[in-house]
Design a protein. Structure first.
Length: 236
């Protein structure tokens, strides 16, 4: 398991990249048992159409480029695509928008991802704290983390007990228990994600930051929709 992850990290650092590309980050997630929507990377519209049919509609398209860190700002994202025509058209449109945003951007391709159904959103983060080392963060997504800062932390490695406590400590925990007819969120799936993220951070101290956001949590299971991994800046 760790050999392949180490190769991804080594390759990025050899190219002087500390921000992993999304396919790299998601490949690492999969190797550590973090549930991720099926995806592939296309180099042209025909490949994109083939991959979309293989994965199944609806799909999301995202630019893959080491020079585009904020894909939405660059117009590098298209969501809810439901047909071959839409995929081919949006593939070309994404490239045009990204070129307009940054003419000399290096483009590795376009990621085609199965679109996860909407549900309760949570966030799991990892951070190498200068004092405490690898640290985990958990909270609900959206306004709860952005405005209310309703999050909880633990120093890695964590146990199942730690993970369960993190889930229950946030003020918005009642939302996870179900509200307004919504089914309860699968807390076991969340705790598994927390523990697997903890293991990843401990196994690979080269990771400086991780951001799994959003994670869609269902009554059974969960899906890591977006993953961002930033490596440690190495000193020469």
């Amino acid at each position: 398991m760790s050999v392949k992850v180490s190769e991804i990290i080594k390759n990025a650092l050899s190219e002087s990249r500390i921000n992993l590309l999304e396919p790299e980050a998601k490949s690492i997630c999969i190797q550590y048992g973090l549930p991720t929507p099926e995806f592939d990377v296309a180099s042209n519209p025909i490949e994109a159409e083939e991959f979309a049919n293989k994965i199944g509609y609806p799909v999301v398209l995202k630019i893959v480029s080491p020079d585009i860190l904020h894909k939405t700002d660059a117009g590098g994202v298209a969501v809810g695509l439901k047909s071959d025509n839409e995929v081919r058209k949006e593939f070309e449109e994404i490239l045009k928008r990204v070129r307009s945003y940054k003419e000399d951007a290096e483009i590795k391709g376009v990621l085609i991802q199965k679109m996860a159904p909407a549900s309760t959103e949570v966030i799991v983060g990892g951070l190498k704290d200068p004092q405490f080392g690898q640290t985990l963060m958990f909270g609900l997504g959206g306004i709860f983390v952005e405005v209310l800062k309703d999050v909880t932390f633990r120093i890695a490695p964590i146990s199942k007990k730690d993970a369960n406590e993190m889930i229950k400590e946030i003020k918005a925990y009642p939302i996870l228990k179900g509200y307004r007819g919504q089914p309860p969120a699968d807390e076991n799936a969340i705790s598994e994600i927390l523990m697997n993220t903890s293991k990843l951070m401990i196994d690979h101290p080269e990771i400086n930051q991780m951001d799994l956001n959003p994670i869609m949590v269902y009554d059974k299971g969960a899906s890591v929709v977006d993953a961002r991994i930033i490596l440690e800046i190495t000193k020469s």
